[in-house]
Design a binder for this molecule. Structure first.
Ligand SMILES: Nc1ncnc2c1ncn2[C@@H]1O[C@H](COP(=O)(O)OP(=O)(O)OP(=O)(O)O)[C@@H](O)[C@H]1O
Ligand SMILES: [Mg+2]
Length: 484
């Protein structure tokens, strides 16, 4: 059960939070004063605390400081009326997760609380990676008995203790985020904050400000100063996911930060310092991006010093049975199934599939199959067709002799995956407008790939040329790409 504590001296506000947020999985605790709030916080250890800045005679800012003294990882969201937003910015510098301006929009507040709860879960749920982990105590684990995974475990052990920047590579779904969290949990910074940011899911223009913050007036729409993730995470760990998608200019700022801990907010002239451990991950071939000048060579070398590579699942098939057991066990613990094991034929089918989506795909397949299954075992008929279909052997060589080539994901699964990343991020960034943004990016990409040829671009996009022209106009892409 997740717990949210709301501290506000206005009863109607407390009522509204309870009504809007309470659910079978979520308990909303309320306190009408700071003293009461602190007491409840100590007793209940909520996952997220929402606190008003003005609490009768008391200050929510002091409240924030006290809460963070009790727990340096406390996830605190402050509420403030428009006029006092400067105080809210001060709060961010003191480690608040975010702030909400009153009067507020319920869906936005819900989205913000969801992302705070996710951040809190990432911090609280220890990811263990010992070969034999006990998941009865509800820890998450990295499972694997293959030699390749044993090497990964050793590497985690070696790198966790230091403050070194770590680069995690591997295909989508191989467990990079899980490893990032394991490194954090086993590091000297485990008692401090951990935050994640997905560079691929944030529009280019916003990413830099998201990371480094911006000054008021730095660009159109920057009506207030904003504190970036590096400042917010001071003392802690920042997970830069999909770093291969980071624009070149932002890359140079990151390099500077990694080299001497310095940065500037967008539009700012003051040099600031942040003590943040960076864990970066990507599923893109960085070497290739470097040769294509899409990724800075110096940053690549800086990151590549400490690298942990997650091999694709098809190269460590001996992990499939243990992973299957582990996912079934977790489902049983969550009360979603009573099934203990899979039939031998089912296991062979699982072992023979190529798993383009890697462990994530296996997890989803086991999940669906366990729910479908009627009897005591998961039968082959409970598996989706693509898993049952034997991989077509390549004409020249027998399939079993060599490790199979990376199977290309189907267009459906690629779109599915892209949508997943987008929504995950939209939930974190409640201001993101997915459709217009995606549309704009697709059009930009089509035009870049066709060197600005609108006839070809329209064909690629599956729209008429007239529609394309209208969109170019609407999104102001013309100037940017120099298309005529
Ligand atoms: N070795 C493992 N043991 C247990 N669970 C795993 C393992 N590897 C991955 N998973 C699970 O598979 C899913 C995908 O893992 P994760 O999100 O870490 O992948 P990723 O490499 O970050 O993928 P992407 O590049 O798509 O972001 C998660 O639910 C994770 O818990
Ligand atoms: Mg990931």
């Amino acid at each position: 059960m997740e717990k949210i504590l709301v501290i506000d001296d206005a009863q109607d506000m407390l009522y509204s939070f309870r009504r809007n947020l309470e659910s079978p999985e979520r308990q909303v605790l309320t306190a009408a004063s700071l003293v009461e709030g602190i007491e409840t916080f100590r007793r209940e250890k909520p996952d997220v605390t929402v606190c008003d800045i003005r609490l009768g005679g008391e200050s929510g800012l002091d409240g924030l400081t006290q809460l963070r003294q009790l727990d340096p990882k406390a996830m605190v969201i402050l509420m403030t009326a428009y006029g006092t937003s400067q105080t809210a910015i001060e709060a961010m510098k003191r480690g608040a997760f975010d702030y909400i301006l009153k009067p507020f929009d319920v869906p936005k507040v819900k989205a913000l609380i969801d992302s705070a709860l996710k951040a809190a879960r990432d911090m609280r749920q220890v990811v263990s990676y010992e070969p034999l982990l006990r998941s009865e105590d509800h820890t998450e684990g990295i499972v694997g008995r293959s030699e390749a995974m044993q090497t990964v475990f050793k590497r985690i052990g070696q790198v966790a203790h230091s403050d070194a920047t770590v680069l995690l590579t591997g295909e989508s779904g191989t467990g990079k985020e899980l490893v990032a969290r394991a490194i954090y949990h086993h590091s000297p910074r485990a008692g401090k904050v951990f935050m994640a940011i997905n560079c691929a899911a944030i529009p280019e223009q916003l990413l830099e400000s998201e990371l480094f913050g911006h000054e008021r007036g730095a660009f159109t729409g920057a009506t207030q100063q904003r504190i970036g993730k590096f400042e917010q995470c001071d003392g802690g760990t920042l997970f830069l996911d999909e770093i291969g998608d980071m624009p070149l200019l932002t890359q140079s700022k990151i390099l500077r930060l990694l080299q001497n801990g310095e940065f500037q907010r967008v539009g700012g002239s003051q040099t600031l310092r942040a003590d943040v451990r960076v864990i970066a991950a990507t599923n893109k071939p960085l070497e290739q991006l470097v040769s294509e000048k899409q990724f800075r060579e110096d940053l690549y070398y800086r990151l590549n010093v400490v690298r942990v590579h997650l091999p694709p699942l098809r190269e460590r098939r001996e992990d499939i049975p243990v992973l299957t057991d582990y996912f079934l066990q977790r489902l049983r613990e969550a009360g979603k199934t009573r099934i203990r094991t899979v039939a031998p034929d089912t296991l062979s089918a699982l072992e023979n599939h190529t798993w383009p989506g890697n462990v994530r795909e296996l997890e989803n397949v086991v999940h669906r199959a366990a729910i479908m299954a009627k009897g005591d075992y998961v039968l082959p008929t409970d598996l989706p067709a693509e898993v049952l279909r034997p991989a077509a052997p390549k004409p020249a060589e027998p399939a079993a002799a060599t490790p199979s080539a990376p199977a290309a994901a189907t267009p459906e699964s690629a779109v599915n995956e892209a949508a997943r990343v987008l929504f995950e991020n939209a939930r974190r960034q409640s201001q993101l407008k997915i459709i217009p943004w995606v549309e704009r990016e697709l059009i930009r990409r089509a035009l870049t790939e066709t060197n600005g040829n609108q006839v070809q671009a329209a064909k690629l996009l599956g729209i008429t040329r007239a529609t394309l022209r209208k969109r170019i106009e609407k999104f102001g892409i013309k100037k940017e790409l120099n298309v005529s």
